[in-house]
Design a protein around this ligand. Structure first.
Ligand SMILES: Nc1ncnc2c1ncn2[C@@H]1O[C@H](COP(=O)(O)OP(=O)(O)OP(=O)(O)O)[C@@H](O)[C@H]1O
Length: 829
């Protein structure tokens, strides 16, 4: 029942008295309602706003009730729920001497008058014995909060196990560190509070009584043995199933909170230590009241739990997911009537605190891992069975063995050196392994390359002044701006020879550089600077650090010849493979931009192949258009089929509702309308199949045409590349161009041929889309829209791309076309 509570349960208990103020306190017959009538206090004057009549209604009132009745009525269910995984809190609140400790612990010397805690312990172990299918662990802690300090009432026991340091700082338990209230995702706990395993009822009771003896008690005007602290006895339960090897188990805690008694100092006239204690008690109870008010108010966002140790510790124990019970202990005597009203008011507020108990389930990580491992094994077996049934027994789901890794590496190595044409794909793991091997090999190569470079050269980061300074110190002739003597401009890293070799006379080097600049200047004055706007004048390659570039000096005859016009007015190539004298002369100065040269090439030397490319593209475009129309037609047919099916279904339902009409043979007779619809459906299906086959064939043609277009384009680019290299570049130039032209292109990396023309990517994308459309023709509109968007994007990207490096990949095989598709132009090589 308690697990379904929506509010904290609150009961009132009057301690027995022979002087019950019947004229002031009326307990109604429902045993829930209490009316209290106060007498006007003459000390407050004739005119005052004192409320004299109060009516309270709690969940129940105990008057002269036996301990057993109290326990069975309010506590038993909460204790049972704790074994199911629900947290529970049982709290006694009230005036000093009102019977809180009696209710909570009872008279320790009398079994009959034992209180809630011993009864709960007894019930717990009884029920644990009954729950044979569960292994339930019981642990106990007992602490008190005295004058805002926390003390472990069981801290001195030999089996004390602390969550961190030992606890307390009271004289009784001199310990190094004070206890601290801590919170984590599992709830609130006290760091430093000892926890004790209790294997049976007796052990648990021993712990209770041991703690009782350590409580702070003092004689008080209203109670000979008044508790001067808040005491919290906690039982921690952990319940695991014995029958199921389940990673899931429940944990719960039962808090028994015996609060210190409130008192009016003006009335009790407490003095000295008792007064100080009372002040602490009243203050913390007032914070508790604030918390309760905040919890009871829906509009309140902040609950001031951290104002006191008590409220902080009770943060997850009042309402919330916890079964909470408050027993408001009261005096029935007339002199205490104001305190009784005050206690009733607190109790009524507590009734408004919401409580939504829930089971605390946790997962044992070790068991969970085991369970998941078992599940993986099970799934693997299922997969293996499935693969065997579908003739895919090659597939393995185990991690790659060392032998397999070695084989993959060997394959990749052979693939890279060209002795293997293709890597056979066996399964996903092998693909992943292959990629990893590529990555490893790439990293190895990079490291090896750097090591080799470092062995031979000194690498200087030109953007790093410290690196430059270090190089200068090592004797490398390098200027403060990072440029090296005799170095080519434009690189971000300087590559100099090792210090020994580089110990050239720096003043001579500077002179050399000056002379070089002078020569450049003169050459410029003769009108022989680069024709490309914005391009830097070519630095003299003959002065490179390695001295390997062979560009003719400005004084060579080649350079003295007039520079050819690169806008195409004069053809730079006389015949394929034959580079004219005029062409050779172009090498002496900066070559034209590849973009402009390519445009020129397409209209001149490469005009024939360009023409074939254009025609093939036109044929491809027209086939794609037909494909799109056909797909649209198929879509229409598909819609018509769906509609006809719906109509037929309606007619069938109608026919069945009207009752079937049968002929003599017992066959169902259908209406003419239904017959016609069936006929129509047949025709539509035939049409759909025919057109679908057509679409399929057309798709093959498109794929073939696409290949031819690709081949043409590749050929055009290769031709251009050869022509450009022969016409304008020396081998050193080629190297330089490949490093310098492609932005972000790494030395030695050849730009993939597909990136040479942006439409390659576009057309590849379109091809993929067409393939998808083939599978689901009804998605044509969707994919078409996608293509349009993609085209727009590709166009935008192409417009903003830097000039690509037109480089022919070494060893690229020359393509030839063997089969000519109908209506396609064949490339003649
Ligand atoms: N229901 C009851 N039946 C019999 N005796 C009771 C009952 N309630 C209280 N008493 C007795 O009244 C005295 C004071 O009770 P108790 O110590 O429980 O009060 P308390 O509220 O805990 O006071 P304090 O706040 O000072 O600790 C005890 O001697 C106790 O035995």
């Amino acid at each position: 029942m308690s697990s379904r509570n929506r509010k904290v349960r609150v009961w009132g208990r009057f301690r027995p008295t022979t002087n019950f103020a019947n004229e002031n306190i009326e307990i109604l017959n429902d045993s829930k309602s209490v009316n209290v009538h106060l007498r006007r206090d003459p000390k407050k004057g004739v005119v005052n706003n004192q409320i004299l009549d109060w009516s309270f209604k709690l969940d129940g009132i105990f008057n002269n009730a036996d301990q057993e009745v109290v326990y069975n009525t309010v506590a038993s269910d909460i204790v049972s729920s704790a074994l199911d995984g629900y947290n529970g809190t049982l709290m006694c609140y009230g005036q000093t001497g009102a019977g809180k400790t009696f209710t909570m612990t009872g008279a320790t010397e009398s079994y009959r008058h034992r209180g809630l805690i011993p009864r709960a312990i007894s019930q717990l172990f009884r029920q644990i014995e009954d729950r044979l299918e569960y292994s339930i662990t019981v642990r106990v802690s007992y602490m008190e909060i005295y004058n805002e300090g926390m003390f472990d009432l069981l801290g001195q026991l030999p089996d004390a196990a602390w969550s961190s340091a030992t606890s307390g700082n009271r004289d009784l338990f001199p310990t190094p560190d004070p206890m601290v209230v801590t919170e984590n995702q599992d709830g609130v706990f006290v760091k430093g509070l000892s926890c004790h395993l209790a294997q049976n009822e007796e052990e648990a009771l021993n712990l209770l009584f041991e703690g009782e003896t350590n409580r702070s008690i003092a004689a008080h005007q209203l109670n000979k043995q008044s508790s001067r602290s808040h005491c919290i006895f906690t039982v921690y339960l952990e319940s695991r199933s014995r029958t199921q090897s389940n990673a899931k188990y429940t944990v719960s805690k039962l808090n028994f909170v015996d609060l210190a008694g409130s008192e009016r100092l003006s009335k009790t006239k407490s003095e000295g230590k008792t007064k100080e204690e009372a002040m602490y008690i009243n203050k913390s109870l007032s914070f508790l009241e604030q918390v309760v008010i905040a919890l009871a108010s829906r509009s309140r966002e902040h609950v001031p739990f951290r104002q006191s140790k008590l409220t902080h510790y009770l943060k997850d124990s009042i309402g919330g997911n916890c079964n909470t019970l408050l027993i408001a202990n009261m005096w029935g005597d007339r002199p205490q009537i104001e305190e009784t009203v005050s206690t009733m008011r607190f109790a009524t507020r507590m009734m408004c605190v919401a409580s939504e108990p829930c089971i605390n389930e946790v997962y044992d990580p070790a068991l969970l891992v085991k369970k998941l491992q078992r599940e993986i094994q099970h799934l693997k077996s299922e997969l293996a069975m499935h693969d065997t049934l579908t003739n895919r027994s090659m597939i393995s789901y185990d991690p790659l063995s060392e032998q397999q890794k070695y084989e993959i590496r060997t394959q990749v190595q052979r693939y890279l050196d060209g002795s293997l044409d293709e890597i056979d794909i066996v399964n996903l793991r092998q693909i992943v392994g292959t990629f990893e091997t590529f990555k490893d090999m790439y990293n190895d190569m990079e490291r090896e390359m750097e090591t080799r470079l470092r062995e031979k050269y000194m690498l200087v980061d030109k953007t790093d002044p410290a690196s430059i300074a270090a190089a200068q110190q090592a004797g490398v002739p390098i200027a403060d701006d990072g440029s090296m003597v005799g170095e080519l401009e434009g690189g971000s890293y300087g590559l100099g020879q090792a210090p020994k070799a580089m110990k050239a006379d720096s003043s001579a080097a500077v002179q050399l550089k000056k002379k070089e600049r002078e020569r450049e200047r003169k050459r410029g004055s003769r009108g022989q600077t680069s024709p490309v706007a914005g391009q830097k004048p070519s630095s003299s390659p003959s002065h490179s650090a390695k001295g390997e570039r062979k560009v003719e000096s400005p004084t060579t005859p080649a350079e003295k010849e007039p520079r050819p016009d690169v806008d195409g007015s004069a053809s730079p190539v006389s015949s394929a493979g034959n580079v004219s004298r005029q062409e050779k002369s172009q090498r002496a100065s900066t070559p034209p931009s590849r973009t402009s040269a390519f445009e020129e090439f397409k209209t001149d030397r490469g005009s024939e192949i360009n023409r074939i490319l254009i025609e093939n593209k036109e044929i491809l475009a027209s086939k794609k258009k037909t494909y799109s129309e056909l797909a649209g037609h198929i879509n229409g047919t598909k819609n018509a089929i769906d509609q006809t099916r719906q109509t037929l279904e309606k007619l069938r339902i109608q026919r069945e509702a009207d009752g079937p009409i049968l002929n003599e043979d017992g066959d169902i007779i259908i209406s003419e309308e239904e017959f016609l619809e069936i006929q129509r459906l047949k025709d539509l299906k035939t049409n759909y199949r025919t057109k679908y086959d057509e679409l399929h064939n057309l798709k093959s043609e498109i794929t073939y045409c696409q290949k031819l277009v690709d081949q043409c384009r590749l050929r055009l680019i290769q031709e251009f590349d050869n022509w450009y290299s022969e016409s304008f570049l020396t081998s050193a130039d080629e190297n330089q161009t490949s490093l310098g032209v492609g932005h972000g292109v790494r030395p030695g990396v050849v730009v993939p041929i597909t990136s040479l023309a942006t439409e390659d990517e576009q057309e590849k994308f379109e091809r993929l889309q067409l393939e998808l459309m083939m599978n689901t023709p009804e998605s044509a509109a969707f994919y078409n829209a996608q293509m349009r968007t993609s085209r727009r994007k590709t166009y935008g990207a192409a417009m903003s791309q830097p000039q690509p490096a037109y480089r022919r990949k070494p060893g690229t095989p020359v393509m030839s076309v063997r089969n000519q598709p109908p209506g396609m132009m064949q490339v003649q090589y």
